[in-house]
Design a protein around this ligand. Structure first.
Ligand SMILES: Cc1cc2nc3c(=O)[nH]c(=O)nc-3n(C[C@H](O)[C@H](O)[C@H](O)COP(=O)(O)OP(=O)(O)OC[C@H]3O[C@@H](n4cnc5c(N)ncnc54)[C@H](O)[C@@H]3O)c2cc1C
Length: 430
């Protein structure tokens, strides 16, 4: 009997559990360790923050769906991974032994790196469902007493899409509330240009997003290093290409949502060989940790080097489809190791992203995510908003039904020529 433990049941971890279970034998055991009993669809958090969704609309209770699939579930959360002993310590003090470990713990949110940042200090967040609920209260206060708004990201951030999304969604929500005319909006970002997205742009994301921001009366400051945030004022340095300070800004605000930089979660941070200095899981092209070959990483928790140098650090985003490709490769590779074969599957890391503006949006495909690319495409329109709603419903239904991929999804991806895995067939043929 093989024991597989997977930590984290977020966007990557749930699909991981379904795909891994399908690959295991009848006597093998798969246990998912998660913090809490439910999954919440993170991409809908911006809608929760303006009241377009309630938390219950986007949550799934995991115990029944995992039980139906024969997957064991522990909701206590992992306190510490002990890779030299092949076991995971849980928050209740018990231990789980494993033959193979998959880490899908998402990000730890580094709010304290900027004084005054975060929902326990002065700014809002949409990274977690509880943060989005708190942001909704702040949004209600903004509607009642309009004032300046700052949206954006802190130095070192990597997940820029949701920051842009939220700026446009807030714009739409304020227009609907007939308060937009009383709310000057500024977008503040460490990216060297609008639409860089941590990817050095995709297609014409620079042109599309700049134009959309002009149309929606959103001003911006790029190369921005937010240094300190007080209750009603944000302090930031705008820097030149060589990193020297070009201008210092003191921006008043009534409402602000800034995404923090990410790092690895405490359960893995600082484990020699397993993680890099920021606590992200070191992986090779097979999603396998070089120091502990029976440990794999998928999702936001893995280490990926930045795309080129920027005056202020920006990370590479790890988006949904890219994460699913890591999951599929990991399931293939763990199954290969169990059979005594070498891991061969390599994720494509293609980025397929829909950024919603509340009534329209932009979409982009970067194939592969890191340039130079074979596909470098972006587009905009009302169809993006409709597609995002469709994707939310489809993904949540898929999770509730215990499915990882379906005929429909495969057909659409095949039509677009987008694959989750590369090289497996090529390497197998060698
Ligand atoms: C607001 C927002 C919107 C986004 N929108 C999109 C989008 O529209 N499209 C897109 O492609 N990407 C989007 N992303 C990027 C990415 O797809 C998501 O961040 C996605 O949720 C990442 O999946 P993950 O599985 O790596 O991490 P998560 O979904 O964050 O899941 C990690 C899980 O692990 C759990 N965990 C953490 N520590 C432990 C522990 N010690 N023990 C047990 N469990 C633990 C966490 O509680 C969490 O549930 C968005 C990101 C954000 C923040």
């Amino acid at each position: 009997m093989v024991k597989v433990v997977s930590i984290g049941a977020g966007l990557g971890g749930i699909v991981m559990a379904y795909e891994m279970k399908d690959k295991l034998g009848r006597d093998d055991e798969l246990t998912v360790v998660h913090l809490g009993t439910s999954y919440s669809f993170v991409p809908s958090n911006p809608w929760v923050a303006v009241g377009w969704r309630k938390p219950a609309d986007i949550e799934v209770e995991l115990e029944p769906v995992f039980a139906r699939k024969g997957i064991k579930f522990r909701s206590e959360g992992a306190k510490r991974v002990h890779p030299q002993e092949n076991r995971v310590e849980l928050n209740d003090g018990t231990f789980l032994d494993y033959d193979y470990l998959i880490i899908a713990t998402g990000p730890d949110l580094a709010f304290e790196e900027v004084p005054g940042l975060g929902p326990e200090a002065n700014t809002q967040s949409i990274c977690m469902i509880d943060h989005a609920v708190q942001a909704k209260d702040a949004f209600d206060r903004l509607v009642a007493a309009p004032g300046p708004v700052i949206v954006g990201a802190a130095p070192g951030a990597s997940c820029f899409g949701p920051a842009y999304e939220f700026a446009f969604i807030l714009d739409t929500a304020l227009r609907k509330a007939k308060k937009r005319d009383q709310v000057p909006m500024t977008f503040v970002t460490p990216e060297p240009y609008i639409g860089h997205l941590g990817l050095d742009g995709v297609g014409d994301t620079k042109g599309l997003l700049e134009s959309a921001m002009r149309e929606h009366h959103i001003k911006w400051i790029t190369n921005a290093r937010v240094t300190r945030i007080e209750a009603d004022t944000m302090f930031l340095d705008e820097v030149n290409e060589d990193g020297t300070v070009k201008m210092q800004h003191e921006l008043p605000y009534a409402f602000s949502m800034l995404l923090p930089a990410f790092r690895g979660v405490p359960a893995v941070h600082g484990i020699e060989g397993l993680t890099n200095p920021r606590g992200f899981i070191n992986i090779d092209k097979h999603q396998q940790n070089p120091a502990y070959p029976n440990v794999f990483g998928v999702g936001v928790c893995v280490a990926i080097p930045p795309v080129g140098k920027t005056p202020i650090p920006v990370g590479v985003p790890k988006t949904g489809f890219m994460i699913e490709s890591m999951v599929t490769a990991t399931a293939e590779n763990v199954a290969a190791l169990i059979k005594g074969e070498a891991p061969r599957a390599v994720a494509t890391w293609n980025a397929v992203c829909l950024a919603d503006f509340g009534d329209e949006g932009i979409a982009f495909i970067a194939q592969p995510q890191i340039p130079p690319r074979n596909v470098n495409w972006s587009s905009s329109g009302r169809w993006v908003h409709a597609a995002k709603i469709g994707f939310e419903r489809y993904f949540l239904r898929k999770i509730r039904q215990g499915q990882s991929a379906t005929f429909y999804e495969n057909l659409v991806l095949d039509m677009l020529g987008i694959k989750k895995l590369k090289e497996i067939h090529m390497e197998a043929a060698e």
